[in-house]
Design a protein around this ligand. Structure first.
Ligand code: N01
Length: 555
């Protein structure tokens, strides 16, 4: 059905905009701001009732960023970064959400955002070279460009446990936490999972619950965050040097510089020097430990030195040696599953009201009306918290039925794993962009740095097309294949593929085992993207089909 008649059938107005942006998180908001600044019309669709993306949904107790606030913030506006004051070294979810809302208001972004609206389909029309974007409210919008700002960790993994529907207590997913909060006082609570979300929420839930059972399948490495109120002198010093700091972030490996940049291999120094380096980072707090040396993610022997340092800390913190051993990861290198930063995580297992249950030894078999059964015991529970993570990187993209040339579905193209050029663009899907998509540094970096880089690149690209009266841009098959091969080659040179992580898609049953982000570093990646643009968008086909047609009609 042509767009007009379909819209008429649903009774919805057909909008025409230059760009549709899917998602009003940190990426979508900046994209809208940039496009407006260039005079493009844009409409943002957001499933949530407000801006914020990941910080809108993830309201579980203890939710906090583990990149320092001074770095986990936009750099595009000098006045914004000078005026905004962060209260803590690592901002908690409420403060970050306040910040995002402030940005939306300050730059008057809300008037182009439609909330509580989920994009369901995006279909490329080869006749008009435009995207038809349909929402769950029955609206249909026509746009020249479709920009997916859907986030890397936004599609939650739903609990698939047998009998869950019979559970008479309340259950929650950390990634979809009730806005009014949850009071666990006096309850017997089960937390399933021990990733970042669990590690942040467990110490707080333990303080409320009558008893907390932690159901752990794989132990994680966690380091103390050592969060603290913002030191005014530190804040002033960074604000005075912001230009330089932001530039160094952009050129760095992971988009962060405050936690230190590694300079030498671990195996080049003595055991005492290594210990001192790890100890300094442990005391400073934050994720710096895996950045103490240059070879920690490429050399297993080097990695073992850092892993053993953390295991020794676990043994020194947790009183019961058996519990300490269960909490200690042994079967994958440190850093190859996302390192966690905590406040009193290991200490929490010294509490009388906390029990660690190893569900690797005795797996969860089912949920009952009154609790949870493992292969060897039944646990009576009033509430269950599923901290079981996300269908990372591809889940939200494939949640929309995206159809490119000849009606080809992205879901079918990516059955063996995502393939894209630069993590930005996909062959066969002209004028579709993925902000921090698979194949880009994204989740291996400070997301703010990677988001700003992608948004700026896309905005410049759209301006380039318009200035030359071009209609479409599309990645060539050869460029895409070469990039995918490069992404895989670089990943293979590291220890990352050794872990069953969500980076590998290994947390979702049936998902192809492919290392999804690009590990070449944000600095090198930015250079590549800039070079591609400087060479007239090398690896892309730029076309003026529609413009040529217009000229013909005019003649
Ligand atoms: O999810 P996860 P998350 N039975 O996938 C377990 C970012 N983040 O929401 O490892 C039993 O890491 C699973 O076990 P296993 C950050 O990038 C950032 O915690 O698969 N257990 C694992 O322990 C992070 O990495 C921040 O064996 C099951 C856990 O559930 C990412 O989001 C804060 C299971 C899932 O851990 C995701 O973190 C929070 C099953 N059937 C999140 N299925 C900060 O900035 C899964 N598990 C600090």
């Amino acid at each position: 059905m042509p767009n007009e008649s379909k819209a008429a059938a649903t009774g919805a107005a057909l909008g025409n905009v230059d760009a549709v942006i899917v998602g009003a998180g940190l990426a979508g908001l900046y994209m809208l701001h940039r496009l407006r600044g260039l005079g493009f019309s844009a409409r943002v669709f957001e499933a949530g009732a407000d801006v914020g993306g990941t910080w809108y949904w993830n309201r579980y107790p203890g939710a906090r960023c583990d990149v320092e606030s001074m770095e986990y913030s936009y750099s595009f506006s000098e006045s914004l970064q000078q005026e905004w004051h962060w209260n803590e070294r690592y901002a908690g979810q409420p403060e970050i959400l306040r910040y995002v809302r402030h940005v939306a208001d300050r730059f008057d972004l809300r008037r182009d955002i439609q909330f509580e609206t989920r994009v369901t389909t995006a279909t490329f029309d080869e006749g008009t070279s435009r995207w038809a974007i349909e929402t769950d409210r029955g609206e249909l919008v026509s746009a020249q460009f479709c920009i997916m700002a859907t986030g890397c960790l936004s599609s939650t993994q739903e609990p698939q446990f047998e009998g869950l529907e019979t559970f008479t207590g309340d259950w929650y997913h950390t990634g979809r936490w009730p806005h009014e909060g949850v009071d666990f006082t006096g309850l017997r609570v089960g937390v399933v999972g021990t990733g970042s979300s669990a590690i942040q929420s467990i110490p707080i839930i333990a303080q409320q619950a009558e008893h907390l059972f932690v159901f752990q399948r794989t132990p994680n490495y966690s380091v103390p965050a050592r969060n603290a109120p913002m030191d005014p002198e530190y804040e002033q010093r960074i604000k005075a040097e912001y230009d330089d700091l932001r530039q160094r972030e952009r050129e760095s490996r992971a988009g962060v510089v405050l936690m230190g940049v590694p300079e030498q291999p671990a195996l080049d120094v003595t055991a005492e020097e290594r210990e001192r380096a790890y100890e300094a980072r442990w005391s400073r707090g934050g994720l710096g430990i895996t950045r103490a040396f240059t070879d920690l993610v490429i050399n297993r022997e080097a990695n073992d030195t850092a892993a053993e340092f953390v295991r020794a800390k676990i043994r020194a913190t947790v009183h019961d040696p058996a519990v300490a051993e269960t909490l200690s990861p042994h079967d994958y290198p440190i850093g190859t599953k996302r390192l966690c930063a905590d406040t009193d995580y290991y200490e929490t297992f010294n509490r009388d009201n906390v029990t660690l249950v190893d569900v690797r030894k005795a797996p969860i078999t089912r949920i009952t009306a009154g609790g949870l059964c493992t292969a060897d015991a039944e646990y009576a529970l009033d509430a269950i918290v599923f901290a079981i993570g996300f269908d990372a990187m591809t889940g939200a993209l494939l949640g929309v039925d995206i159809r490119g040339r000849e009606g080809s579905a992205l879901r079918e193209q990516w059955t063996a794993g995502p393939r894209s050029y630069l993590g930005l663009s996909i062959t066969g899907f002209p004028n579709l962009f993925t902000i921090t998509g698979p194949g880009s540094p994204s989740v291996l970096s400070n997301m703010m740095v990677s988001i700003e880089q992608h948004v700026d690149w896309i905005a410049d690209c759209l301006a380039h097309l318009r200035a030359r009266d071009l209609d479409t841009i599309e990645a060539t098959v050869a460029a895409q294949e070469a990039w995918v091969e490069h992404v895989n080659d670089v990943a293979r040179a590291t220890l990352y593929p050794q872990a069953n992580s969500w980076y590998m898609g290994a947390n979702i049953p049936g998902k192809p085992r492919v290392f999804m982000p690009y590990i070449g570093g944000v600095g090198a990646y930015r250079e590549k993207c800039d070079d591609v643009a400087a060479k007239g968008y090398e690896g892309f086909t730029l076309s003026a089909q529609r413009s040529a047609l217009r000229d013909q009609v005019a003649r």
